[in-house]
Write a protein that binds this ligand. Structure first.
Ligand code: SAM
Length: 298
């Protein structure tokens, strides 16, 4: 039980415990997360210095071991061996829910494959926190995480997101947020969005508006780097029904026109270039159109 600043651990079931930790405000941790961290035989974490700070704040002295993308291949079998011996291991990330744009998926898969138990102590995640304050539809949402950092790949990925009939949630870093908003405004058009910065922290800020206006605001901020420091989650409204239909119709019209005077390969290239959409999607549409048109001619 939690008493003052110290935690008396209860008995903890053997197995892997996925424990969510705060995304900023250290008080955003559940009593069960604290009890689990205090009672575990071992805590696997991304950066031991970050997790030590959290544990020190709550007077927890459980030993730590690093588990991150650079050592996971060697660390995983050692964790599995300890779990197989009946120990309880907590997995945390630097902030928020492990596995969500953070390490842990392969560990959970490996633990489940050998038939050991996986428990969760749920808690904060930047994605849901941002969705909760954005003021955008919450009935359907699509979590994209980080877009690719290279410009061309990022634009192709945004084009793939274009027709998803759901609110989009993206993670982004401060230095890239202006360029990402610019690309989102160019490819997704005039959608409403919320830029959620430093949620639950001292400099928490949520800016709402259409993508182009937000892109402009962050372009201006780029001249004042302090303003764009921090951690960002972007939430973007779904396409309206007419937007999604118009996009598909427009692409078909463009493809039909191109197919009149070019091979499928060249037509796909031209339309991919003009729309920024992935070739694979356009190629499938071009095949469907040319088959449909052949059939109609017979
Ligand atoms: N597993 C974490 C979770 O559940 O939220 C996310 C880890 S991911 C490596 C880190 C990214 O989450 C940041 O780059 C940022 O995009 C987003 N993020 C984390 N904390 C945030 C905060 N306080 N405010 C806004 N976004 C945040």
């Amino acid at each position: 039980m939690l008493s003052g600043q110290s935690v008396e651990p209860p008995r903890l079931a053997a197995g892997l415990h996925i424990v969510a930790t705060p995304i900023g405000n250290l008080r955003d941790i559940t009593l069960r997360a604290l009890e689990t961290l205090a009672a575990a035989d071992l805590i696997a974490c991304e950066d031991t210095r970050v997790t030590r700070k959290l544990l020190d704040h709550y007077g927890i002295a459980t030993p730590l071991t690093p588990y991150h993308e650079h050592n996971a291949t060697e660390a995983r079998p050692k964790l599995l061996a300890r779990l197989a011996a009946g120990e309880s291991i907590a997995l945390v990330s630097d902030a928020g829910t492990p596995l969500i744009s953070d390490p842990g998926f392969k560990l959970v898969r490996a633990v489940s494959e050998v038939g050991l138990t996986i428990h969760a102590a749920p808690g904060p995640s930047a994605a849901l926190t941002a969705l909760a304050v954005a003021g955008l539809p919450t009935d359907r949402f699509f979590f994209e995480g980080f877009l690719p950092s290279k410009d061309g790949q990022r634009r192709n990925r945004i084009a793939e997101l274009c027709n998803i009939p759901a609110t989009l949630i993206l993670y982004e870093s401060g230095p890239r947020v202006g360029r990402t908003l610019q690309a989102l405004a160019e490819i997704l058009g005039a959608r409403q969005a919320a830029v959620c910065r430093e949620l639950t922290k001292l400099h928490e800020e949520v800016r709402r508006g259409d993508l182009a206006a937000l892109a402009k605001a962050y372009e201006e901020d780029a001249k004042f780097p302090a303003e764009i420091r921090g951690e960002f989650t972007l939430v973007i409204a779904p396409p309206t029904a007419s937007e999604a239909v118009m996009d598909a119709d427009e692409m078909d019209a463009m493809l039909r026109k191109a197919l009149r005077h070019a091979s499928v390969k060249d037509a796909v290239s031209d339309v991919a270039h003009a729309t920024g959409r992935p070739r694979r999607e356009i190629y499938q549409r071009a095949l469907a159109l040319s088959e449909g048109e052949d059939g109609a001619a017979e």
